[in-house]
Design a protein around this ligand. Structure first.
Ligand code: COA
Length: 249
């Protein structure tokens, strides 16, 4: 259990809010587990018709907690929470929306590739420094990003670790709309209400058609996860993670 993830219900919309502002919403194993359970519970609840991911002002998420990564990099146990959450994202049966403000690093970017509608504020920057950390893309992003952004922008995002402003993300097709900070949550929730008001069976069929078969995505997440776990134990990753931990000393 963690109070760093807050689950709220607003009508037929389930809000999954990452709420660890002092660490810019870096995600711990407990937070992944709570989000995974929320997705599964919401999918199983006929009264829920849409999931919404939100963060805190200025931080959607700074990505996986790097201290948790360092535990694995130095020989400790990693657990299956991240894996379970990624599979739940890829298998989600109901539309997912997100509202992104500010920091969106690692899974804070790649989560949105699974969302049906993402809104972001002008100060948002999407960034995935996987390679700089000695790691590889995750969450199926090595498959989804080239499909969504095209190969060249996907390379810039996933391999070079270039930051994508909200404006660039919109132009590249990563997000649905750019809205002001004060309007973000109302815009996402209004869109979620509109989604929730659609005939659910027709909406599910339409969404499933657009997603296509899930097997290639699930297989890619599995492949990435194996490589990611191997890379976490590499000298490159260990050095990068130690450098982050020691950067303020
Ligand atoms: N894991 C663990 N802690 C993190 C974190 C992460 N991914 N991201 C931020 N934090 C912590 C910082 O260590 C700091 O903690 P402290 O106050 O105890 O020192 C706190 O959150 C605030 O971060 P800080 O770096 O001071 O804020 P900033 O606004 O200057 O920078 C980021 C924010 C997100 C740009 C920067 O923290 C960062 O680069 N984080 C790492 C992101 C990352 O590589 N994620 C993994 C992707 S796979």
């Amino acid at each position: 259990m963690t109070d760093h993830i807050r689950i709220e219900r607003r009508g037929a919309v389930q809000i999954i809010r990452m709420n660890r502002p002092d660490k810019k919403n870096a995600l711990t194993r407990a937070m992944y587990a709570a989000m995974c359970a929320a997705l599964r519970d919401g999918d199983a609840d006929p009264e829920v018709r849409a999931h919404v991911f939100l963060g805190v002002p200025g931080a959607f998420s700074a990505g996986n907690d790097l201290a948790d990564f360092l535990v694995v990099a130095t020989g400790g146990e990693g657990g299956d929470e991240v894996w379970d959450f990624l599979m739940a994202l890829a298998k989600a049966e109901k539309p997912m929306l997100s509202g992104v403000d500010g920091i969106a690093v690692g899974i804070g970017t790649t989560l949105n590739l699974h969302c049906d509608l993402t809104f972001a504020t002008p100060r948002t920057v999407f960034r995935t420094p996987f390679v700089d950390l000695g790691l590889v893309p995750e969450a199926g992003s090595s498959l989804l990003a080239p499909q969504v952004l095209g190969r060249q922008d996907a390379f810039a995002l996933l391999a070079l670790g270039e930051g994508f402003s909200a404006e660039r993300a919109k132009a590249a097709g990563l997000i649905h709309a750019v809205v002001g900070e004060d309007e973000l949550e109302s815009a996402v929730l209004a869109a979620a209400d509109a989604v929730a008001a659609k005939p659910p069976q027709a909406l599910k069929i339409a969404r499933d058609l657009m997603l296509g078969p899930r097997e290639p995505l699930l297989a890619r997440i599995a492949e990435e996860s194996d490589l990611f776990r191997q890379r976490l134990k590499s000298d490159e990753a260990r050095a990068a993670l130690m450098a982050f931990m020691n950067r303020k000393k």
